[in-house]
Write a protein that binds this ligand. Structure first.
Ligand SMILES: Cc1ncc(COP(=O)(O)O)c(C=O)c1O
Length: 492
């Protein structure tokens, strides 16, 4: 890393909203929150917050044309599209970008309908078993029959990335019926990275299109959608979430080949995407992104996102990937040294690379209890349960299940399943530092050594949540807009 990259990274890292948030813990200590839940949503980049605030002085609808603010708003909004294309290495001649909904889910639902209408004679979609529900259910609902391709199993017995040979078998088996392959670039459970360009090359060889769920890729590793030496390695469509790319409140993003979108009528219709409307007919614009963006878009969100990715690009996505890899690999290595921990997915980082997330359990301890103790006693924010990836999580915990069910009757198996059906996920963003890893690892050792003590402090409520028997959130921890608003309104 050059000196200027290091100092820009440090400047950006230290300027996020929410890095200094303090909560009072169950043992009365007041500490800064350690945010390890970036796979769900990242914190807000400080410079983005500043600039979007400044932009609001000029905010206007991008469909208004002539007044000063409308001109500024429209130009900035257009810039946001161009910025996304360049961030993802997508040739603007071939690809367009449009914003949709509040995340990846809206974009994938839209593309499932686009691909269905583009090739209505093809009714199979190939996904992997590691998909988030958002890259599985939309294809089931809109595009036909979904076939789940298995993962590569390493010599350790642990699953890694998508099994390319199995994908090939499925492409051969379903032949002409396969419309597209929809694969996550990085798992939101294990952080395992899929070889998306190899997958594209293979899928294209068999005539299938390729859609990449980039929800966990965009903020973590460099992406290049077009201009590969072998054009078969280009990606047809890519979707990601602004709220996972350091801009809470930003929209979902779709980048797609224009020729696919031009071949069909846009899935969404309304104002802004039409040239003219008559009572019995309408003329759709033939240029992008207008054609795909019916209605008033989330203009501040899109501009904020473009600002964030311009900053990420300036630091260098390769630099960001390397920096985060150091954190993830260090956390993984130290978790593996603790015999009380189970880590899911292949853990040999030379065989199977990861970015962003690690999922684990402490042996003999419910994931809900571990997550609650991490929060209440260590101020570490993590996620637990199945992370909207039930088939994958079930596959990952299968070994624990098999070990546990020996000599059990059906009822015991059911309750054991409930105990095991879930894990804890620690996930990282560019604001995390090695001190955060240290704090997490030390907390996990302390919890593992004090399983009995901690479990006695909690009870399980009727919804199955672990609730502390004596500690409740301090009043100051209960941030409430209605209360603040009341004070403001009553002071007038
Ligand atoms: C891999 C993956 N795909 C899709 C989604 C859905 O994204 P969103 O909630 O932004 O719609 C997520 C969210 O966690 C994800 O991690």
């Amino acid at each position: 890393m050059t000196i200027s990259e290091t100092s820009l990274l440090a400047k950006v890292q230290n300027n996020f909203i929410g890095l200094d948030t303090v909560y009072t813990l169950a043992d009365d200590r007041k500490t800064k929150r350690i945010y390890l839940d970036s796979t769900a949503s990242t914190l807000m980049m400080g410079k983005v917050y500043d600039l979007v605030g400044k932009f609001l002085d000029h905010y206007a609808n991008s469909h208004s044309l002539l007044h000063f603010s409308a001109k500024i708003s429209t130009t900035q909004y257009q810039w946001a599209h161009d910025r996304v294309l360049s961030f993802l290495g997508a040739d603007p001649e071939e690809y367009t970008c449009f914003f949709t909904g509040s995340g990846t889910t809206a974009g994938i639902n839209r593309l499932a309908r686009v691909f269905r209408d583009y090739r209505p004679d093809k009714d199979i979609v190939l996904v992997s078993i590691m998909e988030h529900h958002s890259n599985d259910l939309p294809h089931r609902k809109h595009a036909g029959k979904v076939v789940h391709t298995p993962l590569k199993i390493h010599s350790s017995g642990q699953p890694g990335c998508l099994n390319i040979d199995a994908l090939k078998e499925n492409l051969k088996k379903y032949g002409e019926r396969v419309n597209y392959v929809a694969i996550t670039g990085i798992s939101n459970v294990t952080g395992i990275i899929n070889p998306i360009y190899d997958i594209a090359e293979l899928a294209h060889k068999y005539g299938a299109l390729v859609l990449i769920d980039g929800a966990q890729m965009a903020a973590h590793i460099p992406v290049k959608l077009s201009d590969h030496k072998n054009p078969n390695r280009n990606i047809d469509a890519f979707v990601f979430s602004g709220h996972k790319t350091y801009v809470p409140g930003a929209p979902g993003v779709v980048v797609c080949r224009k020729d696919i979108l031009l071949a069909i009528e846009p899935e969404e219709v309304g104002g802004g995407m039409v040239e003219d409307v008559f009572v019995d007919n309408y003329l759709i614009k033939d240029y992008f992104p207008d054609r795909e963006e019916a209605g008033t878009p989330n203009i501040p969100g899109a501009i904020g996102l473009a600002t964030a990715i311009q900053i990420l690009d300036r630091i260098g996505m390769d630099v960001i990937y390397e920096e985060e890899e150091i954190l993830v690999n260090a956390a993984l290595k130290r978790m593996l040294e603790n015999p009380d921990m189970v880590i899911y997915g292949e853990t040999d980082v030379y065989k199977c690379t990861r970015a962003g997330s690690i999922s684990f359990n402490i042996k003999g301890m419910h994931h809900g209890l571990t997550a609650a103790v991490l929060n209440d006693y260590f101020n570490i924010a993590v996620r637990n349960e199945c992370f909207c990836a039930h088939p994958y999580v079930k596959e990952l915990i299968l070994d624990d299940m098999l070990d546990a069910i020996e000599d059990m009757n059906q009822d015991e198996i059911e309750s054991k399943y409930k105990l095991l059906a879930g894990m804890v996920r620690a996930s990282f963003g560019i604001y995390n530092k090695m001190e955060d890893v240290d704090t997490l690892i030390n907390a996990l050792s302390e919890i593992a050594n004090g399983k009995e003590k901690f479990s006695q402090l909690y009870h399980v409520d009727e919804s199955g949540n672990y609730v502390h028997k004596t500690f409740t959130m301090e009043l100051e921890n209960n941030f409430s807009i209605p209360d603040i608003l009341d004070k403001y309104l009553n002071s007038i």
